[in-house]
Design a binder for this molecule. Structure first.
Ligand code: C2E
Ligand code: MG
Ligand code: MG
Ligand code: MG
Length: 283
């Protein structure tokens, strides 16, 4: 009987896997042609200095609007872009687009503004990653000191030696490095130091828990402390209400981003938001 159930389970698994693979292949083709047709674009979420409540930079977030107008969330299509290798090309486009947007913001007077760009592990592992980065900087003329690459904590823990070497080269271009979704992995202190990381991003799950109890805020508190001890910048992601912001300020967290301040915005709306921000502050 157990055997039968096992076999039945196995059959069911294979069939759903077939559907799953077919769906992925379909999506991969749609993504490739959508990318070529210009269906991908970037939104920008402001990052805020908790002491002054002013924007200090933005994170570029990839969007895919299909021909029928349907918006596909990045959590659905980025794994497919990675799986198919398409992320290498798409990621290069993202970086160049974000560099160009940074220059537009600077031209509009936001000269201290930074731009954070998410980098996939498939991209980072690619043998031409550094050339790609240098070319994007050269061709666009974007100032590297105002650009940050976000790699996830799980990526930061992989293949230490090769990664340390690669990130050292990244740092030599002037571009800085943030660890995204920090607190979800198990990176060691010494490893973080060897990676020459500049900033830790407290994962949203720990920001959500922060108002619950002392225990709920302990991870956020630990990351802030860690940042202070290592001399790293710290930003809390997914801040949705003023209570969370207040606790983060009390913990000494310097930076935040989240719906409390702004959803990710189109380039036009980001500029308007920044203009409005200075108007309200001046008033
Ligand atoms: P992430 O880099 O950790 O980005 C933060 C995600 O949290 C974004 O979702 C953002 O819209 C969302 N978020 C921001 N503030 C809040 C908030 O207050 N509440 C809630 N509930 N969510 C908030 P998004 O844009 O759907 O991106 C999801 C993930 O997709 C990103 O996580 C990142 O891992 C990946 N991604 C996005 N753009 C790119 C890209 O250009 N390249 C690569 N490789 N990955 C990307
Ligand atoms: Mg990110
Ligand atoms: Mg994140
Ligand atoms: Mg996250």
């Amino acid at each position: 009987r157990a055997k039968l159930q096992q076999r039945a389970g196995h059959c069911y698994f294979s069939r759903s896997m077939g559907v799953e693979i077919r769906e992925r292949v379909r999506m991969m083709h749609a993504l490739r042609s959508g990318f070529q047709r210009g269906e991908l674009f970037l939104d920008y979420q402001p990052q805020i200095d908790l002491a002054t409540n002013r924007a200090i930079g933005a994170e570029a977030l990839l969007r895919w609007r299909q021909q029928d107008g349907k918006l596909v969330p990045p959590d659905r299509f980025i794994p497919i872009a990675e799986y198919s290798g398409l992320i290498v090309e798409i990621g290069e486009w993202v970086l160049r687009e974000a560099c160009t947007e940074l220059l537009r913001l600077r031209a509009a007077g936001h000269t201290a503004f930074t731009m954070s760009v998410n980098v996939s592990q498939v991209q980072l592992r690619h043998p031409h990653f550094l050339d790609m980065l240098r070319r994007a900087l050269d061709d666009t003329g974007a100032p590297p000191d105002f650009i940050e690459l976000e790699i996830t904590e799980s990526m930061a823990m992989e293949e230490p030696a090769a990664l340390v070497e690669k990130l050292a080269h990244v740092k030599r271009t002037g571009v800085s490095i943030a660890i995204d979704d920090f607190g979800t992995g198990f990176s060691s202190l010494s490893h973080l130091q060897r990676l020459q990381v500049d900033r830790l991003k407290i994962d949203r799950t720990f920001v959500t828990e922060i108002t619950g109890s002392a225990r709920g805020s302990s991870i956020a508190q630990m990351v802030v402390q860690l940042g202070r001890n290592l001399g790293l910048s710290v930003i809390a992601e997914g801040v949705e209400d003023e209570r969370q912001a207040q606790i983060l300020r009390e913990l000494g967290c310097p930076l935040a981003q989240g719906y409390l301040y702004s959803r990710p915005l189109s380039p036009e709306n980001l500029l308007a938001w920044l203009a409005g921000e200075s108007v309200t502050r001046a008033a």
